[in-house]
Design a protein around this ligand. Sequence first.
Ligand SMILES: Cc1ncc(COP(=O)(O)O)c(C=O)c1O
Length: 472
Amino acid sequence: MKAMRETSNASESKPSEEAFNLGALVARRRKEATELWAKTINPQFARVLRTIGFDREWARAEGAYLWDADGNRYLDMLGGFGMFNVGRNNPRIRAALIEALELDLPGSVQMGTTVLPPLLAEALLARTPARLERVLFTSSGTEAIEAAIKLGRAATKRARVISAEHGFHGLTLGSLSVNGCPEFTSRFGPLLPDCERVPFGDLEALERELRREDVAIFLVEPIQGKGVNLPPPGYLEGAQELCRRYDTLFCVDEVQTGLGRTGKLFAFEHWGLEPDMVPVAKSLSGGYVPVGALIMSKAVHEAVFDGMENALSHGSTFAPNELAMAAGLATLHEIDTQKLVERSERLGEMLLELGGRLAARHEVVKEVRGRGLMWAIEFAEPPSGSRTYRAIERIQPGLFAQFVIGPLFSEHRILSQVAGHSMAVIKVLPPLVVSDEDISWLEDALDDSIAKAQRLPRSLTRLALGSLRAFS
Ligand SMILES: Cc1ncc(COP(=O)(O)O)c(C=O)c1O
């Protein structure tokens, strides 16, 4: 047996007669968060945070804001990677969760049914095209993708899965097999066989694969999260058409783009698509409880769950769980009543306008793109040339963006991210409750931070590059 180790706070893990007091525990130990995270969860992540200066003692959050322990307010332009569409700590989702707890609901009976899961399924289906008639719940986005691959293969009796280069669909092994980002896949093979990628936007390449009539699923994000890549005109409609022609299931991954993010409830609505399968997750439970779902056609479902002996062919113990379902129902209600889809569309227009102004003011801005509140700004060496830019990018392509998000965070208190490995792209994915003033805050902050990154003194560039190399 493993010997018990001495820990500085060993009393915390000893049995205690006292009542459990979460508030007191957090208050007493919050300061240790990064150090303890490094010791018990992931020291390299803690190193990254310290190196880029993102290590803060976070105290609380509300809507589109976070506060550190010194009482400073930060604008959250990252939205927990898109899980806080209805705002952090949304009081109405919280009230629904408290109510669900107080109702002493039966919870997962397992060999029995309860009403919240089919109610959430009904609410999702009421908001999607008629082609979609069944919902399979999961506990995350990657599990919804795994379900799409597994069920899609069984339903079509075909093995091959085609996805798009630079696509991101999650990090478990099945999802990784369809992931188009080599920086995530390279060390973890062998992955699932018969998973291949085609360039995003290339219908000819897609047809070359589908024509073989052995492809189960074409899996695609309507707008790619890594880099915020928009589809060329006609691409998604054309892909759906090809899928229908060659009996391939058309699976549109709405894990990130769903639930109002792009100015429609689902991004596929921009192109009038009717997919066979739609994985969703992230913000479906208001950011409170793990959740995911695969929304699919009856035909797919019935091809897999085709008899009583196969009634439980796929599932997992915690999905669907009552808290996720309660939060999901409250979240859909919140999106409707607060008109968050319309808000996302309107603020998205503002973002594109401010992007135009930034591009006019800074030669280093190559492109600004987005839809709704999924937006990115891309940098490239200015046409007139820049030694600073070249020096930075020589060390690692895309590094310039790191030098912009640094002051954006430390001086302007805006939390954001670079949009992907080796990309000089900053991505913005805020809670949909951000205000017009918040968008102006972002414009002023970007204006200043882009200017600063271009003026970086050489000595500082070398120093910063040295430390950034530590985790690149
Ligand atoms: C488009 C897309 N699909 C799938 C996933 C995986 O979701 P999860 O992190 O909940 O497993 C993500 C996560 O970022 C995503 O952006």
